[in-house]
Design a protein around this ligand. Structure first.
Ligand SMILES: Nc1ncnc2c1ncn2[C@@H]1O[C@H](COP(=O)(O)OP(=O)(O)O)[C@@H](O)[C@H]1O
Ligand SMILES: [Mg+2]
Length: 361
């Protein structure tokens, strides 16, 4: 039978990923036990990144396999995933851990609807969620969240967001006179966004989502310069004519150094409630090549469904009204994928907005 020293001699050949030292010198191997046909190891490592764990397992298996035909059991103790974002650069909202920018090339594709339902799904999954309606030209989050008649509360210089469906909500539209923002131009947009960001009392949040104005303009730039945006989501529809707009949106994320979490294809087919038959009204298959081109994924496909529009009009989003229906489940899936993507960005060191050039647009 082999002895402990033989195992240790193999383990000194396992270099800790990203470093020059091996796992023995780092003192990460806490226990080695040997039985007739099995080698068991206990490791305690300082990284929570799944990729590190995976690399270690592969390397350990490989090295120990030289000792003969033993079953190899490796238990790896890791720190809990960090709650704090590891992002750096300017962040005017340090109590908010992650920021998600939802964009679309043009209006009417369902950007607000998608943002609202993703936000609610994340809250239903136990996250502390905020939602800022930054669409100064067409703020419709208050109606969709059923808080149209509620006025935000001013506390001295700060403003308290309104709670709706377990989410902290604020709309720039509800802070300015109706219609006033329609004449806003570049610098005013930037100023309004920066000021409002700091004046709203968000408190501790796992994630704050931004429903952006359509297009790729001043609001997006202002936001990306004030906050390290952790993830960008692009909402599109499957028509071929929507492609150009989507490309612009994706290019914008790239230029603003915002990691792209993926694309949501909205109005992706219609399932007839009577027959259950699916009709691809706006075509199909246009989004996948785009996702491939930007090395990202389709986070989900949301069909055209009357309940989605009704929910939006009545302040009861479908994820609240019918959390068990197929469409709500799809929003849940999208939110889970988004969260995975946020975790990955943070594990890999977070984002920085240091490098954004004001001249990109
Ligand atoms: N998947 C869908 N099925 C049915 N109606 C939808 C769907 N997505 C959006 N809508 C409706 O389409 C209209 C535009 O959506 P909205 O989210 O306001 O778009 P945007 O924010 O991109 O301008 C709204 O009336 C909304 O309720
Ligand atoms: Mg909208």
């Amino acid at each position: 039978m082999i002895n402990k020293t033989q195992i240790e001699e193999k383990l000194v050949q396992v270099i800790y990923p990203g470093f020059k030292k091996n796992i023995m010198d780092f003192d990460f191997v806490k226990e080695i036990s040997i039985s007739a046909d099995k080698i068991s190891l206990e490791l305690d490592i300082p990284s929570s990144a799944p990729t590190i764990e995976q690399k270690l397992r592969i390397e350990i298996q490989k090295r120990l396999s030289f000792l003969g035909n033993y079953e190899i059991e490796v238990n790896i103790k890791k720190p809990k995933l960090p709650r704090e974002t590891s992002s750096h650069g300017k962040n005017v909202l340090p109590t908010v851990h992650n920021f998600v920018m939802v964009s679309s090339g043009k209006g009417g594709v369902g950007k607000s609807t998608t943002t609202v339902n993703i936000a609610i799904a994340l809250a239903q999954q136990g996250k502390r969620v905020g939602l800022l309606d930054a669409d100064i030209y067409g703020p419709n989050i208050p109606r969709m969240m059923g808080i149209e008649d509620q006025q935000p509360i001013f506390l001295g210089k700060t403003i308290k967001p309104i709670m709706a469906h377990d989410i902290k909500v604020m709309s720039i539209g509800s802070l300015v006179e109706r219609g006033a923002s329609l004449i806003w131009k570049g610098a005013m947009v930037t100023q309004a966004i920066e000021q409002l960001l700091e004046d709203i009392e968000w408190g501790d949040l796992d994630v704050l989502l931004f429903d952006m104005p359509p297009g790729t303009g001043d609001a997006q730039l202002a936001l990306a310069q004030s906050l390290p945006v952790t993830a960008g989501i692009c909402v599109t529809t499957p028509q071929k004519v929507a492609l150009d707009d989507t490309v612009r949106s994706m290019d914008m994320f790239t230029q603003l150094h915002i990691p792209i979490a993926g694309i949501v294809e909205n109005m992706s087919g219609f399932i007839c409630p009577e027959t259950g038959k699916e009709y691809n009204i706006f075509g199909k298959g246009t989004t996948q090549p785009l996702a491939d081109a930007y090395s990202t994924e389709i986070l989900g496909e949301i069909p055209i469904e009357p309940a989605i529009r009704e929910g939006g009009d009545n302040g009861l989003p479908i994820t609240v009204l019918a959390p068990e229906c197929e469409t709500s489940k799809r929003y849940q899936e999208i939110s889970k994928k988004l969260w995975q993507s946020i975790l990955k960005v943070n594990e890999e060191g977070g984002v920085s907005n240091d490098k954004i050039q004001p001249s990109v647009f």
